[in-house]
Design a protein around this ligand. Sequence first.
Ligand code: NAP
Length: 245
Amino acid sequence: MPDGILILGGTGEARQLAALLVGAGCRVTTSLAGATTWPLLPEGEVRVGGFGSGGLERFIGARNIGIIADATHPFAAQMSAKAFAAARNCGIAYVRLERPAWQPAHGDCWRPAKTVDEAVDLLPEGAKVFLTIGRKSIAPFIRRADLSGMIRSIEPVDGALPPGWKALVERPPFSLGHELALLRDHAIGMLVSKNSGGMQTAAKLTAARELQLPVVMIERPQKPEAATASSAEEAAALICCDRLA
Ligand code: NAP
């Protein structure tokens, strides 16, 4: 019987799940994309880098994997689609661990966008924005000559930024005081965020509410229909009780 569990990681929830499953005596390997220079490493085995074409199916066979626990970031749509297809091709179980999306609270002024390009189109002429969407999604914003602002990312942005833009390299969690100071000090007029969910980066939304700043919120991409847990504990229970199809 394939007894290995492959966690597709890159999130705090993936590390929590690895710790729970290793603690329960499971054979766990976490796969990381390799996008972060100094990733926080989970318990159990770790492999790093994309699988390439057919590589995930080969890895499943070679390592006797019986379950894929997809705990990638909610916006990692390609990896989730690939993992779902590989699980189906290999006849093994697939479960997703995905933290709940943020919901607007009283006093919030959110403008929903389906895509990054739609978010760019929602920004008014001359807006000074705080971009917290990952360094790989900034191109269409900095192409608009009338926009300016601050870009925050875990890894430095590639290349030089146009005049009017500043880059800030910081790793969450961020406190409310930190976020309020940042928005005030840089005279930010609007926030752009992906709806990543979770507590680590939620303070920016509270800060925007307190300062009455509008937020362009990019909605999550569609992921495959599958058994989904919203916490590491729930995912571990699903996996350990073997309640997966
Ligand atoms: P993706 O676009 O779904 O994946 C692109 C490729 O990266 C995959 O096809 C795969 O390459 C490789 N990959 C991704 N996750 C992997 C994993 N766990 N193990 C091995 N290979 C993996 O996902 P993404 O590039 O990671 O991220 C997409 C978006 O999600 C980003 O633009 C970002 O906004 C967001 N994100 C945010 C955070 C965060 O902490 N805020 C973290 C991750 C992602 P192969 O096809 O070669 O197998």
